[in-house]
Write a protein that binds this ligand. Structure first.
Ligand SMILES: *Cc1c(COP(=O)(O)O)cnc(C)c1O
Length: 398
């Protein structure tokens, strides 16, 4: 079957919930992807920020193969090996005290919302009319709970009748948050670096304002680091750039390097007054197979001091992108941190992305005409040069 036929048949078999790029990917190697027609692509999307170690990392593959031979799944009714080590490493990286493994980022958000609600329920002696403040332009997932806190009317509207008591403030506008706070407010949820919404980093003042609410009003801070966590921005978690500690943190994407796994983690003070046996669960979540992946990813991060390399490459990456901004009128500005970068364009990025792809580069978009780049965290300066070369050729046409 040729690639055209393959795509046509796939469209007939799958539910039409995605407009896919017109290529059929077959294999990956390092930071490159290959399609079934033999074309090679430099991948600056990494499966939407998932393939942190790139494709085909030998040590990672061996760890997974070994685990398949031993045990893949037993359910959370039992203790199993690899889970404890993965949890211990995540605790250390996140500076949280207790971890719950999920199957996705969305489920990590669900767990975080339930934790905050249960915490407020416990502290108030059984009240359930609590409120959560979320941010406009946020993205937290597509399930009904995660959608409830996602600040994009377009995603939410057809599914309304969502969780009650959610209010939306403007990201980086602390006054808009303060205006919504009342005695019912139990939590504030945000991405320290908004991804889908257009690559917006939290400001120092905004974080300081949130910290004040956390300390003075005992409002829980839930940080969604599903996209910006696990080394993506040059620290293990983006919140670590600020003088702040979240109460609950959500991660997924880069933590498993391609196996479906996420987690929410929290401080002890939250854990001891929130979820207890019977309150929450998952059949697959944190099984020995996915935890072998998490354990290996985090082990490689620590052992190889990946953060230093990420920061070194990121500095160069930012500098080269800034040159493009000066060169081309169609690029309005660069935003982002580390290896999570966006170029805001004055045109819709669709055709730019298609042209780049035809020239062997994969990049994606975010809301607000943003060209989004989330390369594997193992890229080097040569990969940046190659990427810039292709983008330059592309932008010359727009
Ligand atoms: C991708 C993403 C999610 C949802 O994660 P899934 O694994 O797709 O369920 C939640 N929050 C943020 C910030 C994301 O980028």
């Amino acid at each position: 079957m040729n690639s055209k036929e393959y795509m046509t048949q796939t469209e007939q078999n799958l539910l039409h919930t995605y407009n896919r790029f017109q290529i059929v990917l077959e294999k990956g190697d390092g930071v490159y992807l290959y399609d079934t027609d033999g074309n090679k692509y430099l991948d600056f999307a990494s499966g939407i920020g998932v393939m942190s170690l790139g494709y085909g990392n030998t040590e990672y593959k061996e760890a997974l193969k070994n685990q398949i031979d031993k045990l893949t799944h037993v359910s959370n009714l039992f203790y199993s090996t690899t889970v404890n080590s993965a949890a211990a490493r995540l605790k250390k990286a996140s500076k949280m005290d207790r971890v719950f493994f999920t199957n996705s980022g969305t489920e990590a958000i669900e767990g975080a919302i339930k934790t905050a609600k249960k915490y407020a329920y416990t502290l108030s002696g059984g009240n359930t009319d609590h409120e959560i403040i979320a941010m406009n332009k946020s993205f937290h997932g597509r399930s009904l709970g995660a959608l409830s806190v996602t600040g994009n009317d377009h995603y939410r509207e057809p599914f309304e009748g969502l969780i009650p008591g959610i209010k939306f403030a403007d990201f980086n506008d602390i006054d808009s948050v303060n205006a919504l706070v009342n005695e019912k407010t139990c939590a504030i949820i945000l991405e320290p670096l908004q991804g889908e919404g257009g690559i917006y980093l939290a400001s120092e003042e905004f974080m300081a304002g949130l910290k004040k609410l956390q300390q003075e009003k005992n409002i829980l801070l839930i940080f969604d680091e599903v996209q910006c966590g696990i080394g993506r921005t040059g620290k293990m978690f983006t919140y670590q750039y600020f003088d702040i500690m979240p109460d609950i943190i959500c991660c997924a994407k880069g933590i498993g390097n391609g196996v479906p796994v996420g987690a929410f983690a929290m401080r002890e003070k939250v854990a001891e007054k929130s979820l207890v046996p019977g309150d929450h669960g998952t059949t697959y979540g944190g099984n020995p197979f996915v935890c072998a992946a998490v354990d290996k990813v985090l082990e490689i991060f620590e052992r190889d001091d990946m953060l230093s390399k990420i920061n070194e490459t990121a500095e160069y990456f930012e500098k080269e992108l800034d040159k493009l901004v000066l060169e081309f009128d169609v690029i309005k500005e660069r935003r982002g941190k580390g290896l999570m970068q966006g170029l805001e364009l004055s045109i819709s990025p669709g055709d730019v992305i298609k042209d780049a792809m035809a020239n062997g580069l994969i990049v994606i978009s975010a809301e607000g005409n943003v060209l989004r780049m989330l390369p594997p965290l193992v890229i080097d300066k040569n990969n940046v040069d190659e990427m810039i070369g292709i983008l330059r050729k592309t932008f010359e046409k727009f």
